[in-house]
Ligand binder design. Structure first.
Ligand SMILES: [Zn+2]
Length: 139
């Protein structure tokens, strides 16, 4: 049996993980970043509409319809879909695609910075023998 709790608005018993009370239709929880991911059973393409539907506590069909309607207005729906695809992680705990790209760029920038640093400013441990070529970049 699922865990139950009481709705703070109507005092009826509801499931603990409910985000909307089935008795009074009150929205119960604020946005939960842990539930913000795209790999859901009702996803069709990238899972963006399914993630938005979950976050806004609306049916997936309504989220898809919203993206289609926004696409009619200067392709806002397509831009929002791509932006959310970049920002919403695929699985809970994953990095979003945008964060992965930023991480790779940061690592490359740090390696380039180290590669072009004058040799005397490098600390100990810059290489096993301290003789890494100045233009040695691994990414
Ligand atoms: Zn209620």
């Amino acid at each position: 049996m699922d865990e139950m709790r009481r709705c703070p608005y109507c005092d009826e018993e509801i499931r603990a993980e409910a985000i909307r009370c089935r008795h009074c239709r009150s929205r119960l929880s604020a946005f939960d970043p842990g539930a913000w991911y795209r790999d859901r059973p009702d996803r069709r393409v990238a899972g963006v509409a399914a993630a938005v539907a979950q976050a806004l506590a609306v049916p997936v069909a309504a989220a898809r319809f919203g993206f289609i309607v926004l696409t009619v207005f200067h392709l806002v729906g397509v831009v929002a879909y791509v932006a959310l695809w970049l920002l919403v992680p695929f699985r809970p705990g994953d990095e979003p695609p945008f964060a992965r790209v930023v991480g790779v760029v940061r690592r490359c920038a740090a390696e380039l910075r180290d590669a072009f640093k004058p040799r005397r400013q490098r600390g100990p441990g810059s290489g096993p023998h301290g003789d890494v070529p100045a233009n040695h970049v691994t990414c």
